[in-house]
Design a binder for this molecule. Sequence first.
Ligand code: SF4
Ligand code: SF4
Length: 396
Amino acid sequence: MQAYPGLYPVAPPQSAGPEPLMTSALAPPQVLTHAGFDALLAELKRSGHRLLGPIVRDDVVVYDDIESTADLPRGWTDVQDGGHYRLQRRGDDALFGYAVSAQSWKPFLHPPGQRLWSARMRGDAVQIQPEPPPSERMAFVGARACELHAIALMDRALLGTGPGDPYYRARRAQVFIIAVNCSVAGGTCFCDSMHAGPQVTAGFDLALTELSDQSPPVFLVHSGTTAGSAVLAAVPSAPANAAQIAAEQTILAHTRASMGRKISSTNLHDLLLGNLQHPSWTEVGERCLACGNCTMVCPTCMCTSVADVSDLSGERISRSRRWDSCYTSEFSYLHGGSVRHSTAARYRQWLTHKLATWHDQYGSSGCVGCGRCITWCPVGIDLTEQVRAIAAPPAG
Ligand code: SF4
Ligand code: SF4
């Protein structure tokens, strides 16, 4: 990312990134009751965090503001498939008994619209007012393993090794993360294939496993940072016993075994880049509507474009960036035309970037296997099927 010296009011601090990620727990796991979990959320609120977590809205689990566990999707699970999403009752009181929400945490760290600066005419002079980075403290409640991997990928792209994006940096530096190990896999999940789940291993302050079949239901809690340990110490909890620790591994094994999708991630880079003229790109391009849904819901798609808006008098103007999608012809418009003329070329660009050239850019895959692009594609285009079509020996 190019830096624009002087545009931002305060030079973004070089060391204000998030607390270094932990790869192992700081202390033996504790057990929290639902009441203890509520106390923990209240403690975070008391310390000035905006609480964000899963809620049911319009028959979908989405992330939004919450006040307490009363707002969580108690007793709901989701059924997901290509172009298909339904909520249904589980028959218990699980608070995190669904697979993955419709949107990820991306809108809170990298919002769909971000004003960069505004300007107004004062006589013959132009006064430019840069937009200051936000200072809000947020707590993400219920982040999944794949989502933490996605945040780590956004960190690499938007923070990098230099000043990076000051707006992302400001939001990211203030986030407290309560992660949850997945107890169910969705019909479109393949995080296990991408080595991005279902177990939370890094990037959290606290990590929970919901033991919903215990009476009363409890959470096993791991601390991942000193901040997490401090919040946990402020609420009533008890040491986990051996049966509860074993139950966590049983739950994770069940989740791994029930992934709705699989993908062979071995040498995808060479497979895709060695088959750029494969006929399946044309076939998928004929089905694709170029709507961009897949890029909007993907937790690692972060491309933006910039637009200027002025008032009718022309005295005030502002510049904002907004999410964009490589599926639009305008996205690759270069001095006189789009360099990707067909929908097939745009789909191929998206998939080969995600699964192949991301490795060249960042040293890892750009896909964490959350399955959202499959669920929310209106025609059910499935990247795992596309990879299989390319890997299959030619017919005849
Ligand atoms: S490409 Fe699809 S499955 Fe992979 S991270 Fe993005 S939305 Fe999730
Ligand atoms: S793959 Fe599906 S979601 Fe993505 S642009 Fe095409 S039709 Fe839309």
